[in-house]
Design a protein around this ligand. Structure first.
Ligand code: LUZ
Ligand code: MOS
Length: 753
């Protein structure tokens, strides 16, 4: 089955937040934000703005009837600041006007005078000053202190990775409309409708049942709308509450890039100890996470960094410390991988460093230390699969069969200007929200009297294909055709108290809730059918291809006929179901437990060609062997693997956030200055092989989560480039500072040479 929305998308008829026809009295909102990265408001004067015809209101913190607090894990973020300014882009006020242009004009007419204070944008500098968002956490196993003594080689160093702009196609936005008796209905481009509902209720001082949040679909999110879709939706709702008119707030691209947080930049110190044969014995790492000015999801992201500090490897002695640093940047937030890419990049840097030190290939060290079934992670859980080694073996087999080694050696010895480099990148990613209570989902399924089906869940379609998968799960459970099923919008009145669509787990959990609800209805229908067909009590009865099968024989009783008859006999044709991922537990005092339902693993082999004169490279090919369990939709899964890979390559090679050194203003605030992968940059060849694995704890119908893990295959490109640089000149010391842009490569190749 193709992605359900494909036709709508290519015809331009899918509805995004900005596409809805809204009533004529609609007001448009625009936001006034802090122009300084640290300071205080001295004057805030809106008289001139209010005198512009068409301007209805200027709303500040004083107008908030409830709590001026939008923080989720830690309550440290205002919707509209009262006095203090902590980052450029921090909302101060918003204007409502009859057109978006007038609203933006009025924002410029507000007099905002500020006192500037010294700012900090570097996480290590923030740490020095004691500016932490939360106390540091350490995950440990074995005893590194003793283990160093037994190491033949110890390497240490520092690895830095940059932030990343989400660049979803649809910018942040929401609209809200007044309903009866003070209720408000919000349409939001959010991954977390319940977050929006909860925070809107808190800010507007309303019970949650007076706020309805509806989400049709998002034009991409990648984590950027897990927490950070909320303020815009809450501002729209507040505007409705204060004016009684519908309000829409949609950020333009420049505003979106400037105002919202990004992937967390990390700066890390590492120390890796190995035996002479390449066996890793001890691993110590400290991650300085650049959290930005408010906590947002930073502590949860840092926790996932700690969970993935050893990636796909077994290291018996580990000490990993994470420090969540408060800086004067927009609060950084969830982004595909949620802290795991940062962790894996540091370990690969250490392995690469050791390989250079010891004169053996990175591949040899990697292979020797891959997790085996039963090996323990530093967080106490055992690795239960064998997909890491299986995928590695397969990938290595492809590499060897193609005689890639010899081909590359020949290429490099016969070319002066062009050099090739290869890397292997194993990935092991834990599936489940690390906050255990979030691992629940629900579904509401209605069968209508004509046999058509409507399904509501907490999952948000953001282009990733979750609705397509849910449709398939329902059709499969009922034994009916796909065309009968419609997945409804995600709405808090039909799916309450939902977790955001995040952590790669929406299809797993909501799919399971749908399976349970459909099974429930089907049981009632089949009980009725058995009676209707006068079947014996111990009969075998099931629905297959839209027909009731009784004791292995097709009957004339078809799905829609059965549904009609069952309705007349007063059988309940609806069901609501809840799914909670079983077997999860974690102790934060011991930092041990079983935080993940299962792991997703795979291996990527990346080959690149570097032009040593110009410092540019092209990715020739990426071969990926990836575990998807029993895929529900291999086309959708393939799309996720390809997209994640390219996004990962962009993160480590192209995408560079530049800030003005004096003002901290984001300079790379448009597509003219922030470079992302395009079709020309994409690998010449992407070859994806699925490992079909059956595992006990996988997701719905034995499928596995696919959203985030492939992102980390992109890290391989970084180390393939380092190998090509080494082929140019083995004396050039490797750098561990992502992104490895063309500019950096050129300087490495030619500086002082
Ligand atoms: N979001 C979240 C996530 O709130 N908790 C998680 O563990 C997580 N993991 C990956 C991506 N988003
Ligand atoms: Mo996420 S990084 O919102 O799964």
């Amino acid at each position: 089955m193709k992605h359900q929305d494909a036709l709508l998308h290519v015809r331009g008829s899918s509805l995004f937040v900005d596409d809805f026809k809204l009533p004529g009295d609609l007001l448009h909102a625009a936001v006034l934000v802090s122009p300084v990265s640290h300071g205080e408001i001295e004057t805030l004067e809106a008289g001139e703005a209010l005198s512009i015809p068409g301007v209805e209101a200027v709303i500040t913190a004083e107008d908030i009837p409830g709590k001026n607090q939008i923080g989720s894990i830690i309550k440290d973020e205002t919707l509209l600041t009262e006095k203090e300014l902590h980052f450029i882009g921090q909302p101060v006020a918003f204007v409502l006007a009859d057109t978006p242009e007038k609203a933006r004009l009025a924002v410029k007419a507000i007099r905002l005078e500020t006192k500037e204070l010294p700012s900090i944008v570097d996480p290590r500098a923030a740490f020095e000053k004691g500016m932490l968002i939360a106390p540091p956490r350490t995950f440990s196993m074995g005893n590194t202190y003793v283990a160093w003594e037994r190491c033949d080689c110890i390497v240490s160093g520092r690895a830095d990775s940059g932030g990343q702009e989400h660049l979803y196609l649809e910018t942040q936005g929401a609209f809200a409309v007044p309903m009866e008796n003070g209720s408000i209905r919000i349409t939001s481009g959010t991954q977390g409708p319940t977050f929006v509902q909860r925070v809107a209720a808190r800010v507007l001082n309303l019970p949650m049942n007076k706020i309805e949040v509806d989400v049709g679909r998002l034009g991409g999110a990648f984590g950027g709308k897990e927490d950070q879709a909320t303020p815009w939706a809450v501002m729209a709702a507040l505007g409705v509450q204060l004016t009684g008119k519908p309000v829409k707030l949609v950020l333009n691209r420049n505003e979106d890039m400037t105002l919202t947080g990004k992937r967390h930049p990390y700066s890390s110190d590492f120390r890796l100890g190995l035996k002479s044969d390449g066996t890793m014995l001890a691993w110590e790492v400290t991650y300085y996470q650049n959290g930005g000015a408010a906590s947002d999801l930073s502590t949860a992201i840092l926790e996932r960094t700690l969970f993935h500090s050893t990636n796909a490897y077994f290291i018996p002695n580990v000490k990993a410390t994470g420090i969540c640093c408060r800086t004067n940047l927009p609060p950084n937030t969830a982004f595909r991988g949620f802290g795991a890419p940062q962790a894996m990049y540091v370990l690969e840097s250490a392995i690469y460093s050791a390989s250079r030190e010891m004169g053996i290939s990175p591949l040899e060290i990697q292979e020797r230390n891959l997790l085996k079934k039963g090996d323990e992670f530093p967080y106490g859980m055992a690795y239960e699969g064998d997909e890491i080694r299986r995928s590695w073996k397969k990938a290595l087999g492809m590499y060897k069969t193609g005689k890639a080694d010899e081909r590359i050696r020949d290429f490099n010895s016969s070319n002066v200007i062009f050099k090739k480099g290869v890397s292997f990148m194993p990935v092991c990613f834990g599936i489940s929200f690390t906050h255990i209570s979030m691992n629940q989902a629900n579904a509401l399924v209605h069968v209508y009297t004509d046999g058509s089906v409507g399904i509501s869940t907490g999952a948000v379609e953001m282009g990733q294909g979750v609705n397509t998968k849910i449709t398939q799960v329902a059709a499969r459970t009922f034994g009916i055709d796909l065309f009968r099923i419609k997945v409804e919008t995600t709405n808090t009145t039909r799916s309450a108290n939902t977790s955001p669509t995040a952590a790669s787990s929406a299809a797993d959990m909501n799919g399971n809730a749908v399976r349970i609800a459909c099974t429930d209805i089907l049981k009632r229908l089949l009980t009725f059918a058995a009676k209707h067909l006068d079947a014996a009590e111990d009969c075998q009865i099931e629905m297959m291809h839209e027909k009731v099968i009784l004791n292995g024989k097709k009957t004339d009783l078809e799905w829609n006929k059965l549904v009609g008859l069952a309705y007349l006999a007063r059988v309940n044709l609806s069901s609501q179901a809840h799914y909670a991922t079983p077997g999860l537990h974690f102790s934060k005092s011991k930092e041990k437990g079983r935080p993940f339902s299962y792991h997703v693993a795979g291996t990527a082999v990346t080959e690149i060609t570097l032009d040593r004169l110009r410092g540019v490279f092209s990715v020739d090919s990426v071969w990926i062997v990836h575990d998807v369990g029993e895929s529900i939709n291999s086309v959708v899964d393939r799309g996720q693997v390809e997209g994640g890979l390219l996004q990962g390559i962009g993160w480590v090679t192209l995408e560079e956030l530049k800030y003005h050194p004096d003002t901290d203003r984001l300079l790379s605030d448009s597509l003219a200055t922030y470079k992302v992968p395009d079709i020309h940059f994409a690998p010449g060849e992407v070859d994806i092989e699925f490992l079909a694995c059956h595992s006990e704890n996988a997701g719905v119908y034995n499928s596995k989560a696919v959203g985030e893990p492939p992102f980390m295959y992109g890290i391989g490109t970084y180390f393939a480039i380092l190998e090509a640089i080494r082929a140019c000149d083995p004396e050039i010391p490797p750098v561990y500072s992502a992104p490895l842009t063309n500019e950096k490569i050129l300087l490495l190749l030619h500086k002082n040479r």
